[in-house]
Design a protein around this ligand. Structure first.
Ligand SMILES: [Zn+2]
Length: 428
């Protein structure tokens, strides 16, 4: 690179990046790895999930920790900024709230995509840690004050009343929140998707360009830490109440939409529905219940934001304008499918929290409803997004979804209605 190319100097090399022979993962390291017995009744019988790269012989999973951020970790090692031998110091990192264990944790059909013991590894696997096994929590539980303009507005308009316990006069809501990384038990994931474990392993290997050879060479390793985003749950009220079906639970399961959730784009209802759910959760907690928002990192129906923006253009440039009757078709033209969120794995986090009943589900999605009830969780009332919260440009989305089977207490739009161009053009 020429000197005037404006390049940024790499960080000083404090650790030696990869040197010497390549450390292949595709053959058994053999001695020293602890066994995982998925869904065993106790942590000791289940065994720890060890995805460390520092002691290869101790690894008992495919992949590494931190989901998609494992790639940044590799970059940090390559740049010499991170020692590959760094071991996490877990002092004072324990969860702020006790969650579980619950009966669902040892039911092999209830949880296949996260480690229910993932928040308490430093506690339940203290002996293994002391013996030199390098293990990382895959779940972290903490507390926060969340301050949202929509909640402050609800206070100003008198819809919400600060109580000093769940909602402060400043408009801050007090929450317990948990971040959850994906931990896939491959036989269980295959069962959820009605395919064979062999096919699942082969397709995961081939469709990631051969990223994890162990998927096809190490059938003895049944747990995979996939390089994808996980979930964050926000709990309004006492986390222990989530598992008590006699306590009213208001819950929303929300899939990431950066454009609306963070930047306020008005082409969809994501942020208004999310903040409405938070308002409902606060109301629920104040009534003596508990509230939950589970936020899954599945941007743009898990198709990614590039695909999503391509679809927006295709919708708005098509002959006849942006209409509800072509809403799903335009996605399918670009992506090959209408949706890749596959709600089959979504209820796992609800089972980790011990949930048996959701009294008020703040979602109109039939796919989410079917996945939750299909996993054995009872759902009472379904709460739609109030009409006045739907942005004008998002009318296309909501009409298309209600016509396709989403829950609505109102009328379902007919064919003529669906053919009307309701979305704005690209030039405003
Ligand atoms: Zn959205």
């Amino acid at each position: 690179m020429s000197a005037d190319a404006g390049s940024v100097a790499p960080p000083p090399a404090t650790a030696k990046p990869a040197a010497g022979h390549i450390r292949l993962t595709s053959h058994s390291g053999g001695i020293g790895a602890l066994a995982i017995h998925w869904a065993a009744p106790t942590a000791a019988e289940r065994g720890p999930v060890i995805g460390t790269t520092t002691k290869r012989a101790h690894r008992n999973v495919i992949g590494t920790h931190s989901g998609s951020y494992s790639v940044y970790r590799a970059l940090a090692v390559a740049a010499g900024a991170l020692s590959r031998d760094h071991k996490a110091d877990l002092t004072n990192t324990a969860p702020t709230d006790a969650i579980g264990p619950y009966p669902q944790w040892s039911d092999p059909d209830k949880i296949v995509s996260l480690d229910p013991w993932g928040a308490v590894v430093a506690d339940v696997f203290a002996d293994e840690l002391a013996a030199g096994h390098d293990m990382r929590p895959t779940i972290a539980v903490t507390k926060a004050d969340v301050i949202l303009p929509e909640v402050m507005e609800a206070v100003q308009k008198g819809r919400l009343r600060p109580d000093g316990r769940f909602l402060l006069p400043s408009g801050a809501a007090l929450v317990t929140k948990a971040a959850v990384e994906p931990v896939w038990y491959l036989p269980g994931v295959a069962k959820r998707f009605h395919c064979s474990e062999t096919d699942l392993r082969r397709v995961l290997f081939e469709e990631t360009g051969g990223m994890y050879p162990e998927l096809v060479t190490r059938p003895d390793l049944e747990v995979f830490l996939p390089p994808i985003g996980g979930q964050t749950v926000y709990i309004f009220g006492d986390a222990r109440d989530l598992a008590d079906p006699s306590v009213e639970l208001t819950a929303r399961v929300h899939d990431e939409c950066n454009g609306s959730d963070v930047f306020g784009s008005d082409i969809c209802t994501c942020r208004p529905y999310l903040t409405h759910a938070i308002e409902e959760c606060i109301h629920g907690a104040q009534r003596g219940g508990v509230g939950l928002v589970s936020y899954s990192r599945k941007e743009g129906r898990a198709l990614g934001e590039v695909t999503k923006f391509l679809v927006y253009n295709a919708r708005k440039r098509q002959v006849g304008g942006d209409t509800a009757d072509q809403y799903f078709a335009r996605t399918e033209c670009v992506a090959g499918v209408q949706d890749m969120r596959f709600q089959e794995l979504m209820p796992d986090v609800l089972h980790w929290l011990g949930i048996q009943k959701i009294h008020r589900l703040v979602s109109m999605s039939n796919m989410k409803y079917d996945a939750i009830t299909g996993s054995g969780i009872e759902v009472g009332e379904r709460v739609n997004i109030p009409d006045e919260l739907i942005p004008d440009d998002a009318r296309v989305e909501i009409d298309a979804k209600t016509a396709a089977g989403y829950f609505t207490p109102g009328p379902i739009p007919d064919a003529d209605e669906l053919r009307m161009a309701k979305g704005r053009g690209l030039d405003g």
